[in-house]
Design a protein around this ligand. Sequence first.
Ligand SMILES: Cc1cc2nc3c(=O)[nH]c(=O)nc-3n(C[C@H](O)[C@H](O)[C@H](O)COP(=O)(O)OP(=O)(O)OC[C@H]3O[C@@H](n4cnc5c(N)ncnc54)[C@H](O)[C@@H]3O)c2cc1C
Length: 441
Amino acid sequence: MNAPVRVIGAGLAGSEAAWQCARRGIRVELCEMRPARSTAAHQTDYFAELVCSNSLKSDRENTAPWLLKEELRRAGSVLIEIAHACAVPAGHALAVDRTAFSRKVTATLSQEPLVTVIREEVTRIGEDQITIIATGPLTSERLSQEIARLTGSAQLYFYDSISPIVEADSIDTSKVYRAARYQRGTADYINCPLSREAYERFYDALVAAQSVEKKDWEKLNYFESCLPIEEIARRGRDTLRFGPMKPVGLKDPRTGQPPYAVVQLRQENLRADSYNLVGFQNHLRFGEQERILRLIPGLENARFLRYGQMHRNTYINGPLLLRQTLETKSNAQIFFAGQICGVEGYVESIATGLLAGMHAACRVEGIRSEGPPRASALGSLVHYVTQADARNFQPANITFDLLPALSVPVRDREQRHRLQCRSALEEFDRWLEELNPAMRT
Ligand SMILES: Cc1cc2nc3c(=O)[nH]c(=O)nc-3n(C[C@H](O)[C@H](O)[C@H](O)COP(=O)(O)OP(=O)(O)OC[C@H]3O[C@@H](n4cnc5c(N)ncnc54)[C@H](O)[C@@H]3O)c2cc1C
């Protein structure tokens, strides 16, 4: 009997990878260090914990995040299936009850006879066992050193941050309103409108607030799409109004006009008893967060279930180290998946977990496998991770920028995206049809 595939990290990527092996009859050892050792962001011992937002992004047809999820649905992703089973209302987005979601992933994998769960921190990587490293942006320090040794590269990291969550019944509903931007989809978001005066007061307090540590902020290497609000604010008085506090398309029913600025709150769980402040990741001291966020109309008496935080983000230099199958160039037994391989985001992590699991299963079975087609969202992600400029490599989300241009230019954006999605799915289906019969599913 073949040795089991070792999957290190039962996060989003590792859980999906383990399932993809098991569903093909391959034994798996799934190693997770929590609860014995946790990370700065995880709060439970569940698998696939969503550490910040509860959103798996847009599920509106012909958007890039939809395309990625659609490919995952077609490829039989268990995590996306569970996400649908645990969905909460969030307009066009697929958002989940985070506790129900990770509980269900944990139960599914724990009950799978081919998966043996080992709850311990892995610090060494055996180079003669098929191994998927999926330990995420908060990989433990000792394993990071081992990965640095294995890959011959110095550790790479930058800084990201997470948004606060408030209790629903602490929101003053007389001051807020429900609306979807441009009235698209259902009005699932709570909007806290700010007048010019309220915005100015909030802005001044924010830029004067104390951060957790006295760091030289200019030198921190942030991921641009996850900047802390205080950092965005420092870039200009109105920058927040063009970013997370953008009011356009969000008419206040009391005035019939969009407010000067707005803070949006998104439902966190099925019980709808908690909401997160969308895009309000920050790194302020907890007391400062309470004081400043309570300046937002409707949140004057908000009770915080979680404060914003900043964290380190670990990833390898994919373009230097990985092949299209997500195995390392130096050792075909070692695969990387999830954020550590150079993607950013929950669904992107699930996607690379699915691929690493499929390829590892092929390796056990002695089947030659190819990466997904370049035209697909999965193929484009892999292309980015393995072919981007290695000198300035940073993890990326799926966007249409990563997909190849159409052979014939199309000016209309919606039409172009529709055609890109159609071509992506046609090629993706062909790839699946060729791959699946060779593998046990
Ligand atoms: C604080 C924070 C906020 C984020 N917010 C968002 C967001 O809002 N939306 C979004 O799309 N993405 C977000 N991301 C980015 C990313 O999508 C998530 O981190 C995602 O969970 C990555 O999936 P993963 O499977 O790669 O890692 P994870 O889900 O973090 O899983 C890695 C697992 O490996 C375990 N582990 C680590 N080291 C070891 C070891 N040595 N031995 C055994 N187990 C180990 C960890 O305990 C963890 O369970 C955020 C990241 C962080 C850190």
